[in-house]
Design a protein around this ligand. Structure first.
Ligand code: C2E
Ligand code: MG
Ligand code: MG
Length: 740
C-alpha cells in the first residue's frame, strides 16, 4: 500500500486524531527557523496503517512526511530527498531497520541525521541493536501518536543544536588556527588548565611537555609581570572586570621571553561564581618590538643613539621637581658646544661631520658617571644632567675630563682633526622652576666660556642669572615701549670747523623707561639687536629724524638748507631686504631730500655680510643718500677694506679724539687718518670733541667737521629748536659757544 493512498479516516482511532494535541502550537518546530519551512520526515514501515497514522499525526504546517514501504525504497528516498529525520520500523522486508540505519549512516548526508527506530515494547535486545546500528532514539510500538510530534520535535532540536555546536566548534577552531592563537581553559573546580597544543608550541614545547597544572603557565611569566597577570585573572574571576585581558612576557623553552596578549572570559554558575575561565593567547612580540623601537626613536637622537631634547627635558623636569621637594638634592647641567664643528662640516662634508659627532658622543659616554644623562640637543650641542651631586666639583671635574678627551685628535678618513668645546655649567641651587630656563642659562655660560678662551668651562652664577633675567624683562618692556612711544630722539650738532657753522645733526635714540628713567642706547641696543627688535625701532628713528630735519628746514629755509641728518644704522637693519623700500617710503612721506640724509654704518656691520651690504649701499648711494663709516679706528680700521665701499664720510672714534690736546701720538694717528680719508675722497668728522683745545687741534689736522660735548651734548628737538631760534635771531648760527 502506497503511503499517499487515501485511507478512510474511520480506520484511524478517531480519539487519536481528533484529540486536541496538547499545546500543538508550542510544537512550532522551535528547532529550526520558520524560513526553512516544515521538517521533512521519512517514515519507513511495511505496515501502511503506520504510515497513514504517522501522516495524520504530524501537522503538515510543521512536517512534510514522505513514506516508504520497505528498506530499499527508504534508502532511495533518503538519497533523493535527504530528509531531516528518519522514522523506521525494525522489521521490514529486504533491508531491515537495523541495516537501513547502518546504510544511512554511511551516506554523506546520513552521518548525523536523527533516526528513530520503532521497536517492540520492552524489546531490550532490539533497542540495543538499534543503538549499535547508529539509531538516535527509539519509539515503542504501539506508537503513542499524540506524543510522537513532541518526540520528533525534541530529537530534531537536539540534532540541530548538535549541528550548530559542531559548526561553532569548527568555526572556533578555524579562527584559533587562523589567528595562530593558543587556547587555554581553566577548570577552577579541579584547578587544572587545558592548554591547547598550539598554546604549548607557541612557547616552543611539544604537546606532552606541558601538563595541566596552572603553574605551568604562571611560573613561566616574567617576574615583573606575574603579580599583574594574577591580579587581572583574580579580578575577572571575582567579576570585577568584564573580561580578562593582559599583556605580559612569558619564558619559552629556550629561556627567552616572548610578549603575549592573553584574553579570557569566565563561565559562571547561577550564583555568579566562576567555575572556569577560557581564553586565548596571542604572540605579540613583534608588535611590542616595533612599539618599543618607535618609543625609543621618539626620544633618542637617530645619529648618536643618545637621549634627545624631549627625553632630556623630561629628566630635567623630574630633577627640578625632586630638588624642590628634597632639601639636600642638588644637580648640575652642563651645556656643551663643539668648537670647530661647522668648519669640519663645511670642509670635510656632512658624512665626516656625522662621524665626528658619533665619535664625540662615544667619548663623552665613556667619561660621564653612571646615572648621568648625556643627550644631544641637535647640531653640535650636547647636554649632560649630573644628578644628585654633593657639590659643583662633580660637574667641573666632568667638564675637565670631557675637555681633555675632546682635545685628543679624531681620525676622520685619514684626516686628523682636533676639536675642542666650550662648556657652560649651571646648578640647581639657583632655584629653577622650568627646564628651559636652566638650559638657557647653561647655554649663556657656554657662550661666555667660548668668548673668554675658546675652550673652557664657565659656571653660571647668580649675577649672570640676574643679568639674564634683566635682559628678558627689558625685552618684554621694549615691546611695550615701541607701542607706547617711550622712545625719543636727541640731536647732537655736527659743526663744520671751517666757518664754525652747523652742518647737521646726529639723531641719537633714548628710551624713557617708566621705571628706570631715561636710558642711553648702550643700555638696550645690544638686547634689541639680539632680539631683532632693533629693526622696528630703527624704522621709527629714521622716520622721526627725517621728519624733524624737514621741519627745521621748513622753519629756517635759508639757514638749514644744507643741513644733513645723520642716523645710525645697525647690522640687522642693514641686512633687511626691504630697507631701500622703507627708506624710499620715509623720504617720500617726510619730503626730505635724500641728499640730506646720512646713514652711519660701523665696520662690524659690514663684515657680517659684506656682499649684501655693498649691494645695499650702492643702491642707497644711487638715491643720493650719504654714507658715513662710524666709530672708525675701533674695528678693523683697514683702508684697503674700506675703499671697496662707497662711503662719503669717515667718523673718527672719540677714543682718538678725547686726548688729542695732550697726546702727540694721537695727533699723529688723527693726521694720518684724515689724510688717508681725503685720499679716498671722504670728508672727516671727529667724534667726542670735548674741549676747545681739541677743537683747535682738529682744525689743525684739516678735519672737516667735529661733534662733541664741548660743542653741545645731544638734546631733545625742542631745545635744539630753541637754541637755533635764538641764534637765528642774532642772525648767526655757529658751532662753538653760541649754541649752548
Ligand atoms: P655713535 O654713533 O658713535 O654716537 C656718538 C656717541 O658719542 C653718542 O652716544 C654721543 O652722546 C656720544 N658723544 C658725543 N660727543 C661726546 C663727547 O664729547 N664725549 C663723550 N663721552 N661722548 C660723546 P650715545 O647717544 O650714548 O650713543 C651711543 C651709541 O649708540 C651711538 O654711538 C650709536 O652707535 C648707537 N646709537 C644711538 N642711537 C642709535 C640709533 O637710533 N640707532 C642705532 N642703530 N644706534 C644708535
Ligand atoms: Mg653714530
Ligand atoms: Mg660713533
Amino acid at each position: 500500500m502506497k503511503a499517499t493512498q487515501p485511507v478512510s479516516l474511520r480506520t484511524v482511532d478517531s480519539d487519536m486524531l481528533d484529540a486536541p494535541l496538547l499545546s500543538r502550537e508550542r510544537l512550532n518546530c522551535d528547532w529550526r527557523s520558520a524560513a526553512r519551512g516544515p521538517a521533512l520526515v521519512l517514515v519507513a514501515d511495511d505496515d501502511p496503517m503506520i504510515l497513514l497514522l504517522a501522516q495524520q499525526a504530524l501537522d503538515p504546517r510543521f512536517y512534510t512526511v514522505v513514506t516508504a514501504e520497505n528498506g530499499r525504497q527508504a534508502l532511495d528516498l533518503f538519497n533523493d530527498k535527504t530528509p531531516d529525520l528518519v522514522l523506521c520500523d525494525v522489521m521490514m522486508p529486504d533491508i531491515n531497520g537495523f541495516d537501513l540505519c547502518k546504510k544511512i549512516r554511511l551516506q554523506p548526508a546520513g552521518e548525523h541525521v536523527p533516526i528513530i527506530m520503532l521497536t517492540g515494547l520492552n524489546d531490550a535486545e532490539s533497542i540495543d541493536q538499534a543503538f549499535s546500528a547508529g539509531a538516535t532514539d527509539f519509539c515503542e510500538k504501539p506508537v503513542n501518536w499524540e506524543l510522537l510530534p513532541y518526540k520528533l520535535n525534541y530529537v530534531l532540536r537536539a540534532a540541530a543544536t548538535f549541528t550548530e555546536l559542531q559548526v561553532s566548534e569548527e568555526r572556533y577552531s578555524l579562527v584559533a588556527r587562523g589567528a595562530n592563537d593558543g587556547i587555554w581553559d581553566w577548570d577552577y573546580k579541579n584547578d587544572r588548565i587545558y592548554y591547547s597544543p598550539r598554546w604549548k608550541s607557541m612557547l616552543g614545547f611539544e604537546d606532552h611537555a606541558i601538563g595541566s597544572d596552572p603553574q605551568e603557565w604562571i611560573s613561566r611569566i616574567h617576574a615583573d609581570d606575574r603579580a599583574r597577570v594574577i591580579a587581572e585573572l583574580e579580578a575577572h574571576k571575582a567579576a570585577r572586570t568584564e573580561h580578562f585581558e593582559c599583556e605580559y612576557r612569558v619564558e619559552n623553552a629556550e629561556g627567552n621571553y616572548r610578549w603575549m596578549m592573553c584574553r579570557g572570559l569566565a563561565i559562571r554558575g547561577d550564583d555568579g561564581v566562576a567555575c572556569r575561565m577560557t581564553g586565548s593567547q596571542t604572540d605579540i612580540t613583534l608588535r611590542k618590538q616595533v612599539e618599543e623601537k618607535l618609543a625609543f626613536d621618539a626620544v633618542h637622537d637617530a645619529l648618536t643613539g643618545l637621549p634627545n631634547r624631549i627625553l632630556f627635558q623630561d629628566r630635567l623636569s623630574h630633577c627640578i621637581e625632586l630638588s624642590s621637594r628634597r632639601e639636600n638634592y642638588s644637580f648640575a647641567l652642563l651645556y656643551l658646544d663643539l668648537n670647530r664643528f661647522k668648519l669640519v662640516n663645511d670642509t670635510l662634508g656632512h658624512l665626516l661631520g656625522d662621524q665626528l659627532l658619533i665619535e664625540v658622543a662615544s667619548r663623552m659616554r665613556q667619561v660621564v658617571r653612571r646615572g648621568d644623562t648625556l643627550s644631544r640637543l641637535g647640531g653640535d650641542e650636547f647636554v649632560i644632567l649630573c644628578e644628585d651631586i654633593e657639590d659643583i666639583t662633580v660637574a667641573t671635574g666632568l667638564a675637565d675630563r670631557i675637555q681633555q678627551r675632546l682635545l685628543e685628535p679624531v681620525d676622520l678618513d685619514g684626516q686628523k682633526v682636533v676639536i675642542g668645546c666650550g662648556i657652560g655649567i649651571t646648578e640647581s641651587s639657583i632655584g629653577y622652576q622650568q627646564p628651559e630656563d636652566m638650559l638657557r642659562d647653561a647655554d649663556a655660560a657656554m657662550y661666555r666660556a667660548k668668548a673668554r678662551t675658546g675652550s673652557a668651562y664657565e659656571i653660571f652664577d647668580k649675577t649672570m642669572h640676574q643679568k639674564a633675567m634683566n635682559v628678558l624683562q627689558l625685552e618684554a618692556d621694549f615691546r611695550v615701549a615701541l607701542e607706547n612711544g617711550q622712545f625719543e630722539l636727541h640731536y647732537q650738532p655736527i659743526v663744520r670747523i671751517e666757518g664754525d657753522k652747523i652742518s647737521g645733526f646726529e639723531a641719537l635714540v633714548r628710551w624713557d623707561h617708566p621705571k628706570l628713567g631715561l636710558m642711553l642706547p648702550d643700555e638696550f641696543l645690544d638686547m634689541a639687536a639680539d632680539s631683532r627688535l632693533i629693526v622696528p625701532l630703527g624704522r621709527w628713528v629714521l622716520r622721526e629724524a627725517c621728519r624733524q630735519m624737514q621741519e627745521w628746514k621748513r622753519q629756517w629755509p635759508e639757514e638749514a638748507s644744507d643741513w644733513t641728518i645723520s642716523v645710525n644704522l645697525s647690522a640687522p637693519e642693514l641686512a633687511q631686504a626691504d630697507l631701500i623700500e622703507a627708506l624710499d617710503d620715509i623720504l617720500h612721506a617726510t619730503g626730505l631730500a635724500p641728499t640730506c640724509l646720512k646713514l652711519e654704518i660701523t665696520e662690524t656691520s659690514l663684515i657680517k655680510n659684506a656682499s649684501h651690504a655693498l649691494r645695499t649701499m650702492k643702491a642707497l648711494r644711487d638715491r643720493g643718500i650719504r654714507l658715513s663709516i662710524d666709530d672708525f679706528g675701533t674695528g678693523y680700521s683697514s683702508f684697503n677694506y674700506l675703499h671697496q665701499f662707497p662711503f662719503d664720510e669717515l667718523k673718527i672714534d672719540r677714543t682718538f679724539i678725547s686726548e688729542l690736546d695732550d697726546r702727540e701720538d694721537k695727533r699723529e694717528i688723527v693726521n694720518a687718518i684724515v689724510s688717508l680719508a681725503h685720499n679716498l675722497g671722504m670728508t672727516v668728522v671727529a667724534e667726542g670733541s670735548a674741549s676747545a683745545a681739541i677743537y683747535e687741534n682738529l682744525r689743525d689736522a684739516a678735519c672737516e667737521c667735529a661733534q662733541g660735548f664741548s660743542i653741545m651734548e645731544p638734546r631733545r628737538a625742542d631745545r635744539i629748536t630753541q637754541s637755533v631760534a635764538d641764534d637765528v635771531d642774532r642772525t648767526e648760527i655757529t658751532g662753538i659757544g653760541s649754541i649752548t
